[in-house]
Design a protein around this ligand. Structure first.
Ligand code: MN
Length: 248
């Protein structure tokens, strides 16, 4: 993890001097010396800050830009929101909330303190283990659930079915902390096409890519990019699926 921490975008900085308001260890790297407070905050797996509120008599609030790993943001009384690189949150002044890492992932976000009059942060109680466990349960509910192996192969190849549903789709595909799900979708399509696997499994994975938010242009550009490396007809076959899936 030390190696991973040293490679986060915008730099790790120092052990956070505000760690007394955090469960676990976080790091703080101030990015601005000017009037606008911009900080890179990195959380070790399982680390999160206490419930808190950004206060101001005018203006104020906080902007979070997720840059690395997987984390969460939660407002009091609302469902937690998963944060992956590229996600952003604007936190209105006066809204009680917390932010931090998933239990199995380093997480970094840039925090921008929105200027305001009499701006301050009011720190509240710790996010309890019960509250935090609910967040990680929420994540489990959001992951890919695959039953195709057991549906098709039970009685013929039970162990292959278990490995397919629980290990390949259950574990490998769920490691979204290190690679967003959309990139996993594109990589999987590329891997299949490059081997010449253009059967129903390729169709499934192109359909899944669309479902997970991979755009038509992103997919077709990826396929165009690899075409001369992997062989022209393989990409033709993939584009035939993509045409049906994206244009219907
Ligand atoms: Mn905050």
């Amino acid at each position: 993890m030390k190696d991973e921490l040293s490679h986060v975008p915008f730099g790790l900085g120092e052990v956070n001097p505000y760690n007394k308001y955090f469960t676990g260890v976080s790091y703080l790297n101030p990015l601005s010396k000017g009037a606008l407070g911009v900080f890179n905050v990195t959380f070790e797996p399982g680390c999160r800050n206490f419930w808190h509120t950004h206060l101001a008599s005018k203006g104020g609030g906080q902007m979070l830009l997720a840059t690395y790993g997987r984390g969460y943001y939660q407002e009091e009384g609302k469902a937690p929101v998963e944060l992956l690189p590229g996600d952003s949150v604007f936190i209105e002044p006066g809204v009680k909330h917390w932010h931090g890492a998933a239990k199995d992932s380093v997480f970094s976000h840039v925090a921008i303190e929105v200027p305001g009059e009499n701006a301050s942060t009011k720190w509240g109680e710790e996010v309890t283990e019960e509250e935090y466990a609910k967040v990680n349960k929420f994540h489990k509910q959001g992951k890919v659930v695959q039953t195709a192996g057991r549906d098709k192969l039970t009685g013929l190849a039970d162990e292959f079915a278990r490995l397919n549903d629980d290990v390949l789709f259950g574990e490998v595909w769920s490691r979204s902390s290190y690679l967003p799900i959309k990139k996993r979708c594109v990589l999987t399509v590329v891997a299949l096409v490059s081997q010449g696997v253009t059967d129903s499994s390729l169709e499934y994975h192109i359909r899944n890519a669309k479902k997970q938010g991979v755009g038509k242009n992103e997919l077709t550009e990826s396929l165009t990019h690899i075409a001369m490396y992997v062989g022209w007809p393989k990409v033709w076959a993939a584009l035939n699926y993509a045409k049906n899936i994206y244009e219907n």
